[in-house]
Design a protein around this ligand. Sequence first.
Ligand SMILES: CC(C)(COP(=O)(O)OP(=O)(O)OC[C@H]1O[C@@H](n2cnc3c(N)ncnc32)[C@H](O)[C@@H]1OP(=O)(O)O)[C@@H](O)C(=O)NCCC(=O)NCCS
Length: 165
Amino acid sequence: MHIEVVKAELSEVERLRALRLAALETAPYAFGAKYEDELLKPATSWQDRLKNTYWCFVTVDGKDIGLLAVDKAEKDRKSDCWISSWWISEEYRGKGIPKLMLDWVESLCFDNNWEKIGLGVWPENKRAISAYIKLGFVAGSEPMPSRSIPGEMYLPMFKDVGSKV
Ligand SMILES: CC(C)(COP(=O)(O)OP(=O)(O)OC[C@H]1O[C@@H](n2cnc3c(N)ncnc32)[C@H](O)[C@@H]1OP(=O)(O)O)[C@@H](O)C(=O)NCCC(=O)NCCS
């Protein structure tokens, strides 16, 4: 099994769209965004996402099977960068791929001098929480209000990755 984790290029609109829609369609329980809404988004919206956010794609033997997004965190996130959209196609779960994806994020942190990674997970998403704990994330002290689904609360989790110097 040959696994690659690669940075999405600006031109890869269709690739991003296909992976993100696959994530939303197959794991609707995991995300705030909805498949039906994202399906209708124009190409320009996907282009903007590629411009404004770091995305990584995961391929196994040349087939796209996973993605995640990283943004510089806004102040209220209590971290330097924020991971979202983390998804691996079901048949490739349980194979150590999250660690490879985190390695990619950590190298991005190194390049940007980011010391603390944050992410949000629905409290009932026990598999994702277990995966994040295995990767060294620690749950924040209190739930935070979701931006995408008003009224819902997510569990913030953080990982310190240290500084360059
Ligand atoms: C979250 C995700 C990326 C993690 O990748 P993964 O390959 O499944 O992660 P891992 O298998 O390394 O870790 C999951 C752990 O949870 C455990 N687990 C599975 N179901 C569980 C449950 N219901 N409760 C608690 N732990 C559970 C697994 O056994 C595994 O632990 P182990 O390695 O000690 O056996 C992947 O599951 C995924 O894409 N899920 C759907 C989308 C999603 O939930 N994204 C997260 C959005 S915040």
